[in-house]
Design a protein around this ligand. Structure first.
Ligand code: 13P
Length: 254
C-alpha cells in the first residue's frame, strides 16, 4: 500500500495580512497547480482562512483551520462551527492539538465530538495525539496515544481519519527543537496503525499518519523514510515559505 505523503503547515497564532501575502508570493511559484507531488495544506488562524482560500485558488494546496466548536450552532459566543468552516471553503481542520488539550482543557471526548462535527460537515479532520515527557519516561507512550485515538474511533469510526489524517505529536518535541528520533517515531506510528487495524485492516493501511514536533528540512527525509510515517505537521518551520517548501521537497523525493 502506498500512501501519498501529506505535509501540513500549522501556523498556530502567527501571521498578518501582509506577512501571509508575502508567504503566498514566495510559495506560489512552487505551489501553483500541482507542482508538488505530495499533498500539502496550510492551517491558519480562522480570520485569515478566506485570504488563504483565495490565495490558493490556483493551487492544489488545501486550506485548514486549527480548531472548531464542539457545538453545531447557537449561543456560543466567540466560537466558530465546522459548518462555517465548510461555508468559506476550508478543506480541513486540526483537532485535538496538544496546545488545545493542555491550554484549553479539551478532553478525549470533546475532541471526538469535534471530529464528528467536522466530518459530518465535509471538513476533513487531522486528529492529533501525543504523550508528555513524564508519560514517555514512565513508559506510557503507547497507552496514552492509543487511548486518545480509541476515543475518536469509538465515536466516529475510522473513515474521518482516512479522509483527513492522524498526527502523532509528542509534547516534548513541540517547539523544543528536539524531534523524536525517526526510529522512536516509527515505533509509535506502527502502534497507532495497529489500533486503526483493530477497526478496519484495509482502512488502516489507507490512513496517513503524520509526525509533528520540531520537523525541519534537515530531519524530514529520515522521518519520511520510515514505513509508517506518511508526512508531517509542521509548526515553527512552516512560518517561512522557503523552510516549509524544503520539507515538502523532502516528501516529494521519496
Ligand atoms: P513545531 O514544528 O514548532 O515543533 O510544532 C509542531 C506542532 O505542534 C505542529 O502542530
Amino acid at each position: 500500500m502506498t500512501r501519498k505523503p501529506f505535509v501540513v503547515a500549522n501556523w498556530k497564532m502567527n501571521g498578518s495580512l501582509k506577512a501571509n501575502d508575502e508567504w503566498l508570493s514566495a510559495a506560489m511559484p512552487q505551489m501553483s497547480g500541482t507542482r508538488l507531488a505530495c499533498d500539502v495544506a496550510v492551517c491558519a488562524p480562522f480570520i485569515y482562512l478566506p485570504q488563504l482560500v483565495i490565495g490558493f485558488e490556483h493551487s492544489a494546496t488545501l486550506v485548514g483551520a486549527q480548531n472548531c466548536a464542539q457545538y453545531a450552532q447557537g449561543a456560543y459566543t466567540g466560537e466558530v462551527s465546522a459548518a462555517m468552516l465548510a461555508d468559506i471553503g476550508c478543506d480541513l481542520v486540526i483537532l485535538g492539538h496538544s496546545e488545545r488539550r493542555t491550554l484549553f482543557g479539551e478532553t478525549d471526548e470533546t475532541v471526538a465530538g469535534k471530529v464528528k462535527l467536522a466530518f459530518d460537515n465535509g471538513v476533513m479532520p487531522i486528529v492529533c495525539v501525543g504523550e508528555t515527557l513524564e508519560e514517555r519516561e514512565a513508559g506510557r507512550t503507547i497507552e496514552v496515544v492509543s487511548r486518545q485515538l480509541r476515543a475518536v474511533l469509538d465515536k466516529v469510526g475510522i473513515l474521518p481519519l482516512v479522509s483527513g489524517a492522524l498526527a502523532y505529536e509528542p509534547l516534548w518535541a513541540i517547539g523544543t527543537g528536539k524531534s523524536a528520533s525517526a526510529k522512536d517515531a516509527q515505533a509509535v506510528h506502527e502502534a497507532l496503525r495497529a489500533v486503526l487495524a483493530e477497526v478496519d485492516q484495509e482502512a488502516a493501511q489507507r490512513t496517513r499518519i503524520l509526525y509533528g514536533g520540531s520537523v525541519k528540512a534537515k530531519n524530514a527525509s529520515e522521518l519520511f523514510a520510515q514505513p509508517d510515517i506518511d508526512g508531517a505537521l509542521v509548526g515553527g518551520a512552516s512560518l517561512k515559505a522557503e523552510d516549509f517548501l524544503a520539507i515538502c521537497h523532502c516528501a516529494d523525493s521519496l
